[in-house]
Ligand binder design. Sequence first.
Ligand SMILES: [Zn+2]
Length: 291
Amino acid sequence: MGYPLVYGVRNVEADREEDPLPEIPDLEAIRHYLMPRLDRLTVTRTETPIPWLVRTGAEGLVTIEGHQFGEIHRLGKFLLFFLDEARILVVNPMLTGRFHWVEAGTKKPGRLGVVIAFDNGYELRYSDMRQMGRWYLVTQEELPGVPQMATLGPDAMSVTEDEFLARIKSRRGQIKATLANQEFIAGIGNAYSDEILWAAGLHPHRRRATMDEDDLHRLYASMRAVQEESIAIVDATVQGEGLGKKEEWREHLKVHRRAGTPCPRCGSEIKGQVRSGSETNYCVVCQPLFE
Ligand SMILES: [Zn+2]
């Protein structure tokens, strides 16, 4: 499935098991691409070929016709499109949701779920092979009622170090699971938790209770650095190639799904473990496990 056989340790089953999910750098790149393009455009028409994707009711989407798009925010793994009349289109693209920004009349992608046409002749399209994405049209007051929204922790890109340290001290479990827990910190998933822990030199199964202050400071700094570096890389890629070809960009990752390749820091072989459908990758030399 796209991996050279020379890596050996990878097998087809492992490739099938993981579902990559868009994470912060992917969603930030989509946001940065769309915001200047959509800003102040007026919706002329909407279509919902896969109506159940709009969880607040596909018929409601018609009511955004005649309204303008404004800012786009990201909260965890949700994109929030603000409309001129204080309503918000909230989108969680889940596994396979893709945005497309094309001129009307362009050939339609497979599993086209939502189309929003604008007064400049362009369309924002959303396709979703697995049809698991979630759209909601809500007022600002209704936003906390969007499933999972009320329980989201602070976003990984805006949480301060003090807040991060205060929150993590009450956690007891394995550090990778904690980082990817959206109620602890929103936006980090399976791929970037591996990258952050490798950068911080912390084993993914390390328990928080075994980590000292230095470990926690390093973890916070790595979380910020890895995301910022990745946002810049994915941004540049998406600005160059446009949207619609994929839902996540992972070529720049150093350890995630790199099992069998040399660690970029020490040259040891990157390990891979697949557990309940998710692959975890790490370097045993750079990320020793202290029980
Ligand atoms: Zn290493």
